[in-house]
Each structure stands twice: as structure tokens, then as C-alpha cells.
Write a protein that binds this ligand. Structure first.
Ligand SMILES: [Zn+2]
Length: 142
């Protein structure tokens, strides 16, 4: 397990400054899928100080893109459900398949382009400090 910057993919030096990535539901799902496929590296994810501007730009773009994915997914559902309806026959199977396709388009689009949020944009955690804080937490829990 290593501390990896998600922008430059380099290991963050123990004394280096970096922002921790928020472990949100999508990150955990992607990790669960990777675990199932045995391709998980289980690295701790960071954005190093030098890459923060780059990361913020990507994050903004992703937020815009995710709206586009949502619209595309809804459009697919509407077309697939709407066309048979115009033809006068409604099938529950087509209805369900089209909803499933819309969801798949959204998830895949989001997964491949996903740019996670970072925790606390104002202050950089010293990676060493993060490790110590986690150790302290583990000690408390154990
Ligand atoms: Zn970096």
C-alpha cells in the first residue's frame, strides 16, 4: 500500500504535502469492483500540492460532464421507451431494459471520468501527519 497522487500517479513522499482524497461511495464501489476482479492496488489516494490546480480543473470539468452523462442517460431512456409508445405498443421488458441501459451509460461514463473530491481544500495534510493521525485513531479504536 502506498500513498499515490491521482494526478501524476507518483508516490507522495512521506514528508511531502498532499491533500487526501475523499473516500466517497463511488470510490468505495470502484474499489469493491477492483477487489472482485483482483486488480485493486489499495493505495491511499492523494493529490500532491503541485497538482492541486490541475486537479481542481479536472474536478470542475467532471462536474460539468456528469450533468451531460445524466442528460444522455435520460435521453436514452426516453427514446427507448418513447419510440415503442409512438408505435402503439408498450413493453415492460423494453421499459426495464432501457432504464437499465441508461443507468449503465451513466455509471460507466462517471466511472471512467471520475475525479474525486479532496478533503479540506484549504489546508494540506502533511502525509506523515495523516499517518500519525490514523495510527492514533486505530489505537483508540483498538
Ligand atoms: Zn502529483
Amino acid at each position: 500500500m502506498a500513498n499515490i497522487c491521482i494526478v501524476c500517479k507518483k508516490e507522495v513522499a512521506p514528508s511531502g504535502k498532499a491533500l487526501k482524497i475523499k473516500e466517497d461511495r463511488l470510490i468505495r464501489s470502484i474499489r469493491a469492483i477492483k477487489n472482485a476482479l483482483h486488480i485493486a492496488q489499495n493505495n491511499k489516494l492523494f493529490v500532491c500540492k503541485d497538482d492541486l490546480a490541475e486537479h481542481n480543473g479536472r474536478r470542475k470539468k467532471f462536474e460539468k460532464d456528469s450533468v451531460v452523462f445524466g442528460v444522455a442517460a435520460v435521453a436514452i431512456i426516453l427514446v427507448m421507451v418513447g419510440l415503442p409508445l409512438l408505435g402503439g405498443n408498450f413493453s415492460i421488458n423494453i421499459f426495464l431494459i432501457s432504464i437499465l441501459m441508461g443507468i449503465i451509460v451513466f455509471i460507466f461514463g462517471a466511472m471512467f471520468k471520475y475525479v474525486p473530491a479532496v478533503e479540506g481544500v484549504r489546508e494540506f495534510n502533511e502525509v506523515k501527519g495523516v499517518k500519525e493521525a490514523e495510527k492514533a485513531k486505530e489505537a483508540k479504536a483498538g
